[in-house]
Ligand binder design. Structure first.
Ligand SMILES: C[S@@+](CC[C@H](N)C(=O)[O-])C[C@H]1O[C@@H](n2cnc3c(N)ncnc32)[C@H](O)[C@@H]1O
Length: 111
């Protein structure tokens, strides 16, 4: 399939969103997978608002994992390049990479 030019598409996206909620394009219908992640995100946010802790892993491990991901991003990117975090959640990794042109999507609208 050849890529369509922007002028040939009905929207900015290659596939039109199902709907737009609060300015956020929604591409997938709700199902058990999305509902599960919505609940996980709600639990996460609720817990973080209590004490800033990650409910599933110790803080030290969380920070270590994020630092190693940031190191990989820095190793394989150059300033000004675009990066898309699929599963961006609270954007904790890419928020620390201001040298990049950052984008994020997430299956959950709870975050
Ligand atoms: C561990 S968090 C990611 C943390 C994030 N990258 C950061 O830097 O803080 C995983 C995220 O992936 C999202 N997710 C899971 N499956 C997904 C999918 N199929 N498409 C998009 N996001 C997804 C979840 O909702 C969750 O917010």
């Amino acid at each position: 399939m050849t890529a369509l030019k922007q002028s040939q598409r009905s929207s900015l996206y290659r596939v039109d969103p199902l709907r737009v909620e609060d300015g956020i394009p929604v591409f997938s219908a709700a199902d058990r997978y999305t509902e599960n992640y919505t609940q996980i995100a709600k639990d996460h946010i609720d817990r973080m608002s209590e004490d800033s802790a990650n409910p599933w892993i110790p803080d030290e491990l969380w920070q270590e994992l994020e630092a190693s991901t940031r190191a990989l991003v820095r190793k394989y990117s150059r300033p000004g390049q675009k990066i898309l975090d699929v599963g961006v959640s609270l954007a904790r990794v890419i928020e620390q990479c201001p040298e990049l042109d950052r984008y994020g999507i997430d299956i959950s609208r709870a975050i």
